[in-house]
Design a protein around this ligand. Sequence first.
Ligand code: HSE
Length: 433
Amino acid sequence: MSTPQAPAALRVALLGCGVVGTQVVRILLEHSEELTARVGTRLELAGIAVRDTSIKRDPIVPAHLLTEDAEQLVQSVDLVVEVMGGIEPARTLITRALESSATVITANKALLAQHGPELYETADRVGVDLSFEAAVAGAIPIIRPIRDSLAGDKIKRVLGIVNGTTNYVLDQMTKDGLSLETAVKDAQELGYAEADPTADVEGHDAAAKAAILASLAFHTRVSLKDVACEGITSVTADDVAWASKSGHVIKLLAICEQTAGGVSARVHPALVPLGHPLSTVGGAFNAVFVEAENAGPLMFYGQGAGGAPTASAVMGDLVSAARNRLSGAKGAGESTYADLEILDPGEATTRYQVRLSVADKPGVLARIADVFAANGVSIETVTQAPRADKHGAALLVVTTHAGTEAALAQTVRQVADLDVIEEVMSVLRVEGS
Ligand code: HSE
């Protein structure tokens, strides 16, 4: 029996040639021989689609491969790597590529979080791979571990620091006592934060990643609109200082959970206890902490952004998808068999730490405790100290046991309305304990 011969080369198209695209080109060209050995045939860079071919680029990028005709390019290759970002034209080009039977590798989290299902369906119908390791947490292998390595386990919870910009900002606030504004400005000067940092500081980037992680972890379609999202804009230097005093650090977390009622995905700043592995993740690094029924806790740590780290994840997908193409195999497609209910944000379970400035007189603590009790929220700890800066006032810090977001939020609203409360100084969720 004769073995089918491998083609002399697999043709690869690159869509986008920014920071990540340039590094993909470099790796493809510099490691061509090793990649050929690993795939079983040569990966030929057939074209690089860009918006404007006349822009000056890194000399590693072969000028003769640049084209502005992305539509034509994606229909004449075996594999398409999309690193252009944004919804359009990426969505149309990926669809065209899949319909032309090309395998697609994308780093586009926003596109997957909003339009993933239609793209997965097209890929499944045509019978080609659609891979996206680089879409979540840059270089960190997390898509494949969740989809393949843990395919025989049951994931209960995923806690992720999946946005490097906000982690850098919060870390600077923690280490140097900076205000949020100054820390964001420093991050912009160092190139960690964009000129317009909205997508990062408002949590939108992390929310897209949470939708992707929750869908994979729970075999249920979770899209961006299902993710409750709060950024870091209301975190103050005072909150960060208090976090340290109470044995915590503030992190922007993407939290994906499966409970008896269904699944939830949310992004918000949270107090993480200093003993938790996520508390040690500093600078612009990312980490994803996975809790699985049989594996127990797992932590994946590394660089979540940047040209070479993100290109590493893209290349891993490219090699793997190229091998599949050669052997006629197809990797796992979208898995939605569980189709679990997506919980209303108010049904998610968390713990609160509430800092209150209160009148220091008899009966105050009892009235506050009454509100917690009336809402079925159990208090775990209470600390009180007179306010040195305000005569007759005390600072009260209440930490709760787990409760629903709805009950905890209602408790805080009702406490805030009590006439003995001078100010609700901060409300932060506590996660990871
Ligand atoms: N802007 C993101 C971050 C990287 O700061 O982590 C791309 O998702």
